[in-house]
Design a protein around this ligand. Structure first.
Ligand code: GDP
Ligand code: MN
Length: 379
């Protein structure tokens, strides 16, 4: 899971990495209130999970209330590389003498952690790597041994950071490494890490990716998740315990098993349709699950037809068919449903459905036939 900058900064702060005082704001009025509280000048920063916000006009300096109003107004709603800005982070502005770059990430082929440090920060590290690769000091870190202060000091010297910044940076990097390892990050990046004219080293940006495999030991990550602006359909699916991903098409899809669900998307595409979603109902295709799945897809205004694609293995198709019928008694579905039922007890399943077949509920013998029918109905 990628964090917003403000969440990354909260995470950094937990490990003793100093960040500028600030707060989030979802409206211009709220932005002004934060600015008045932290004191001018402030930086108004778009909170989107994509880099290069500065260049895209998503980071602006404001010296007074009018400038906050202007910048907050312009940045809220701004589209940055396909991400619409719905939240701002307002923080006390820092004076910058130098911009550095620091990060930790995984070096999978080497089975180590990889630290990257550069005296040339502020620009994208990919650009530095391309144009000036010797400006990056790489550090391979044995995950068992970790990063100690002595190693960190040597690293900082190798990266040729300014003398005055070295000791502070060495200490900060150890904290950042702790955040990265104990905090179970896939990436912890500060760009820019600045040196102020007064000689203070300070994190101005935060890019953190959490390793979701470790979420079981981080109940506190829930708060980050709640702050996500999720697709409302996905939010509803999560509440119902369904494995759902919203897409842009018109054919709603229900399948059992992730592999079959993926294939179903492919077949719908193959016959000229577009899928409205990915939905794997897993093994338990009982009436409750089926009702929840149908209800969810039915609530999507773009859906014009529903393709239920079930291959019975351990799951018995007659139970699935029973589930569909019970579900239809409970929820009113507005789009026509095309079923393809195959595998264990498929005959019995189709027999159960036969008396209920109508213009709104039909079965097809194969996946391809069913896809064609569902796509035709969606046109
Ligand atoms: P990014 O473009 O998405 O990486 O956003 P950053 O948070 O890194 O901000 C982009 C740039 O804005 C930085 O590289 C800085 O040059 C500038 N910037 C950000 N915060 C401040 C600040 O407090 N003071 C000043 N003077 N510049 C800032
Ligand atoms: Mn940055």
């Amino acid at each position: 899971m990628d964090l917003f900058e403000y969440q990354g900064k909260q995470y950094f702060a937990r490990y003793g990495i100093a960040v500028s005082p600030g707060d989030v704001a979802d409206t211009v009025e709220a932005a002004i209130a934060v600015a008045e509280r932290v004191g001018y000048p402030v930086v108004v920063k778009a909170q989107v999970k994509v880099g290069g916000r500065g260049k895209a006009g998503g980071v602006k300096l404001a010296n007074n209330v009018d400038e906050v109003r202007t910048h907050a107004g312009n940045i809220l709603g701004l589209d940055i590389k396909g991400h619409v800005v719905r939240r701002l982070w307002i923080e006390r502005s820092s004076d910058i003498a130098k911009e550095y770059y620091a990060s930790f990430t995984l070096d999978r082929p080497n089975k180590t952690h990889l630290g990257m440090l550069s005296a040339q920060g502020g620009v994208e590290i990919e650009i530095v790597a391309e144009e000036n690769p010797e400006a990056i000091a790489f550090l391979s870190i044995d995950p068992v041994r970790g990063l100690d202060l002595a190693t960190s000091r040597r690293w900082v010297a190798e990266a040729e950071l300014d003398e005055v910044a070295r000791e502070q940076t060495a200490e900060l990097l150890v904290k950042l490494y702790d955040c990265y390892t104990e905090g179970d990050c896939d990436l912890a990046e500060i760009n820019p890490l600045i040196l102020t004219p007064e000689g203070v080293v300070h994190a101005l940006d935060a890019k953190v990716t959490l390793d979701e495999n470790a979420s079981f030991r981080h109940p506190e990550w829930e708060a980050f998740r709640e702050d996500e602006f999720e697709d409302p359909r996905e939010k509803m699916a999560k509440a119902k315990g369904l494995n759902y991903i919203g897409l842009d098409g018109t054919v709603g899809i229900i399948a059992n098993g992730a592999g079959l669900a993926m294939s179903t998307l492919d077949v719908v595409n193959q016959v000229g349709g577009t899928a409205a979603n990915f939905l794997d109902i897993g093994g338990g295709a009982n009436a409750d699950v089926m009702a929840a799945a149908l209800e969810l897809i039915n609530a999507d205004p773009k859906v014009k037809s529903i393709f239920v694609n079930i291959f019975g293995g351990i799951t018995r198709v007659d139970e699935v068919a029973q589930g569909v019928l019970e579900a239809l008694e409970r929820v009113k579905i507005t789009s026509p449903i095309v079923l393809r039922l195959d595998g264990t007890n498929a005959e019995a399943g189709r027999a159960l459905l036969a008396p209920h077949v109508s213009a709104n509920l039909m079965t097809e013998p194969t996946m391809l036939d069913a896809a064609r029918r569902a796509v035709a109905l969606a046109k």
